[in-house]
Write a protein that binds this ligand. Structure first.
Ligand SMILES: [Zn+2]
Length: 420
């Protein structure tokens, strides 16, 4: 098919750690970023359209590697209309700037994996109309430590004796990328030295979390092929200056022992100062995650909790009605970016650098460097156009998926006006 070029001009491209004034070309026939000038000179192909960005930021689409649900769907709750609900929420999620994600399952009984994993694997169709694209499921548990299980159901937790225990739990046919892309595991529970290498060889990212591992146990897991930490600080021992635990890995002297890490930057799960500490120690590993629940995108109010209790949603803040304790998150990824920009005083010069935490860094962590999270030629044309509002916060203005615009804030405003 002949190239169908679109040229973005007059914008600031979030490339690497800097904002660059440059044009960007995408080819809608391939859904990829392309070298428009080369095509012009070699094939006399001119853009079919030019988008004037009026100085706004053009960034790669966001990637959320830990999201439990949104817009009314809990990914861990099977139902007869699960497939259609999943299709619906993908269309909503993409409007928040999240063009790819790992639908995340909390610890469940095997029957739940059998009913949900067939729908959650990596999308293969490259259809821009499908909304946010699954890059594969993130199974957070059930091979986690009961002492650090948080709100996961204790009665479904299991011990990861060996690979066959995981195959039995998740389903043998699902225990491979692109169905399961990431597993959160407590490494201290297994005595099998081949478990992590075996999972790694199937293309699965091993993330350490909901764990009471010592620094040495976690280090051993990294040397076996684990590369990630699940929601740093939460559900793991807090660092002591002589007994640093998992968190202390961020300060390791060798780069191979400094893992990637998820950070819930909603302002409640991690204090701004501890988020800043982690980011300053190891910015190259930081992947902001929402860890959002099904109420992300729903109105504020009182909602039923899984065990018969109720929780309250107030903006991004979710609390259990009975105790007032944190009961999850409803933050958008762009708000996490705004928080980290604010906490690290990076609003003026560090925007591109902080945007890496939701673009290039999670892409690298997932082994998708050059495909996702990048504006380089050859990468998927998953794009977000960002403006700054009166408070200096980044706002999603447009979202593009596989080279086609799938959301514009302008159209949303027009529709709201028409309804009045
Ligand atoms: Zn968790």
């Amino acid at each position: 098919m002949a190239p169908q070029l679109i040229r973005f001009t007059n914008g600031q491209l979030a490339q690497g750690n800097t904002l660059t004034k440059s044009d960007l070309y995408i080819d809608t026939s391939t859904g990829k970023i392309t070298n428009g000038q080369d095509l012009f000179f070699s094939q006399q192909t001119s853009p079919i359209k030019t988008i004037d960005l009026h100085g706004q930021i053009l960034a790669p689409g966001f990637i959320d590697v830990q999201i439990n649900g949104c817009y009314g769907l809990d990914f861990s709750l099977p139902s007869t209309n699960y497939a259609s609900e999943l299709a619906r929420v993908k269309q909503e999620l993409v409007k928040t700037g999240v063009t790819s994600f790992l639908p995340t399952l909390t610890s469940q009984a095997p029957a739940v994996y059998a009913q949900t994993l067939p729908f959650l694997g990596a999308d293969q169709d490259r259809n821009s109309g499908d909304g946010a694209e699954s890059l594969g499921a993130h199974c957070e548990g059930p091979f986690i430590n009961p002492l650090k299980c948080g709100i996961h159901k204790p009665d479904v937790l299991q011990t990861p004796t060996d690979l066959s225990a995981l195959e039995t739990c998740y389903g043998k046919q699902f225990l491979t990328a692109p169905i399961i892309k990431m597993i959160t595991i407590a490494p201290e529970l297994t005595s099998s030295p081949s478990l992590i290498p075996d999972l790694h060889s199937r293309g699965i990212v091993i993330s350490l979390g909901h764990s009471a591992a010592t620094h040495d146990q976690a280090s051993t897991a990294l040397s076996q092929g684990a590369t990630m930490l699940t929601h740093l600080y939460n559900a793991m021992p807090q660092p002591h200056h002589r007994d640093t635990g998992i968190v202390g890995l961020l300060g390791s002297s060798t780069s191979t022992q400094r893992p990637y890490y998820g950070l819930i930057a909603d302002g409640y799960h991690v204090s701004p100062s501890m988020a800043r500490l982690a980011y300053k120690a190891h910015s190259e590993g930081c992947c902001l995650v929402t860890d959002a629940m099904s109420v992300l995108g729903l109105p504020d109010g009182r909602y039923p909790w899984t065990n018969g209790e109720y929780f309250l949603k107030t903006g991004n803040h979710i609390t259990l009605e009975r105790t007032g304790g944190i009961a999850g998150s409803a933050v958008t990824l762009v708000d996490c970016v705004n928080n980290l920009l604010n906490w690290t005083e990076n609003q003026a010069t560090g925007i591109a650098e902080v945007l890496q935490t939701v673009t290039g860094t999670p892409a690298k962590m997932l082994g998708l460097d050059g495909v996702k999270g990048s504006l380089n030629v050859g990468a998927d044309a998953d794009l977000v156009v960002l403006s700054k509002n009166a408070e200096g916060l980044l706002v999603v203005e447009q979202v593009w998926k596989f080279g086609r615009m799938v959301f514009t804030a302008e159209a949303k405003k027009e529709m709201a006006k028409a309804r009045l």
